[in-house]
Ligand binder design. Structure first.
Ligand code: COS
Length: 380
């Protein structure tokens, strides 16, 4: 359900200011420390960012997809790691529960997820299970009132901060229909979190292994029915991919603004480089692509809010927007020239940060497969 438009515009303006005045000045500090400062996390909680997609009845802001995406555009204007702080609570960490959870499960967990009191995480990927996510090897074996869950999950965002994981584990035979989804509290016996990985970019956002060793997960913690886990994961990703596409648009807008600021003040050959046509061509290409991605994202969000199936459209939005922001970041380094390669200007950092968008929540190649399959299935 949409918010009152005036209330929403006020929220958007507050977040715009929060990003510009509070988050942007702290980007270098976050990158160097590989942590989001506690005072910023407290402000994110106070703004309701952890619960923006969670229904109001559970203490969230209850934004619809169109609204969430317009906020994602604003959040994209700072280091992507800032958004990751609450990104799992808004998206992949909470949506399985919202889509497939029982009323009791929702009442138990969602209010604390919405407030940011607990962090959530989505555990699908494994050491041997990346793009082929129906091949999940983690096993869940029924034992009275519990399932005993054993396996290793890999590259799990926010795992070191999470109190609750949505874990996809195999309860049946091979393939997608043998997978079930479980809510796994991090404090159950047998849950062990690995050290944060060292990464190319997005410092401040942590990914870790999650080791599950005979973890006794209450049978009541299953999301949906046995065998539904793969479909739950795919529906969560349909939505998550659209959100990521929105963030890509925001980062592209930020990079274009940085390019314009630099190109209008940097003098070469006796005039600002923004007056040189080869620089203008790069600005024009970046702006055109960012506008196209924005329009696509908003169109898909409107379709989703209208109740349409947007599996294909979300994949297309994520594919286009993540590839687009990669090109925009590459041009930004080029426009900044030597300065684009120097850490102090922050452009090379964003260049590294955006590389992940083409990989996580499904690689570009997986998006191509989803787009092609679904287009063929729909007959064109
Ligand atoms: N929504 C609902 N159901 C879906 C679905 C979706 N988006 N996608 C697939 N399904 C269903 C199918 O309809 C099928 O069900 P039926 O057998 O009842 O018809 C079942 O799930 C299996 O689907 P499919 O045969 O398409 O599975 P594949 O093994 O071929 O895998 C891809 C499909 C490759 C698209 C999937 O594994 C994928 O998205 N991989 C990438 C995972 C990813 O993004 N990982 C990132 C890390 S998580 S942050």
């Amino acid at each position: 359900m949409a918010l009152d438009p005036e209330v929403f515009e006020a929220l958007l303006e507050t977040i715009r200011r929060f990003v510009a005045e509070r988050l942007r000045p702290r980007e270098a500090e976050v990158a160097e420390s590989d942590e989001i400062p506690g005072d910023l996390i407290a402000e994110m909680k106070a703004l309701g960012l952890f619960g923006m997609s969670i229904p109001e009845q559970y203490g969230g802001l209850g934004l619809n997809m169109g609204e969430e995406l317009r906020i994602a555009f604003e959040l994209g204007r700072t280091s992507p790691a800032m958004r990751s702080t609450f990104g799992t609570n808004v998206g992949i960490g909470s949506q399985g529960l919202i889509m497939a959870g029982s009323d009791a499960q929702k009442a138990q967990w969602l209010p604390r997820i919405a407030s940011g009191q607990i962090i959530t995480s989505f555990a699908l990927t494994e050491p041997d299970v990346g793009s082929d996510s129906a091949a999940v090897k983690t096993r869940a074996v029924r034992d009275g009132d519990v399932y005993r869950v054993t396996g290793t999950k890999r590259f799990i965002t926010n795992a070191d901060k999470a109190s609750l994981f949505t874990v996809m584990a195999r309860t049946g035979g091979e393939g997608a229909h043998g997978v079930s989804a479980f809510l796994v509290p991090a404090d159950l016996a047998g849950v062990r979190i690995g050290a944060p990985e060292r990464k190319m970019g997005q410092q401040g956002a942590h990914v870790c292994d999650v080791h599950l060793d005979d973890v006794p997960v209450p049978a009541a913690n299953m999301l949906g029915a046995e065998g539904d886990g793969f479909k739950v994961a795919m529906r969560v990703l349909d939505r998550g991919r659209l959100h990521i596409a929105g963030v890509c648009v925001g980062v592209a807008d930020r990079l274009i603004a940085d390019c314009v600021a630099y190109a209008t003040t940097r003098i070469q050959f006796g005039k600002p480089i923004a007056e040189h046509q080869l620089i203008q061509a790069m600005i024009a290409d970046s702006k055109t692509e960012a506008l196209a991605a924005r329009a696509l994202v908003l169109d898909v969000a409107a379709r989703k809010d209208a109740g349409e199936n947007v599996t294909m459209e979300s994949a297309a939005a994520k594919y286009f927007a993540s590839e687009m922001v990669g090109r925009v970041a590459d041009r930004a380094v080029q426009i900044f020239g030597g300065a684009g390669y120097i850490a102090d200007y922050g452009i090379e950092r964003l260049y590294r940060d955006v590389r992940l968008f083409r990989i996580y929540e499904g690689t570009s190649q997986i998006q191509q497969i989803v787009i092609a399959r679904e287009t063929i299935r729909r007959g064109g």
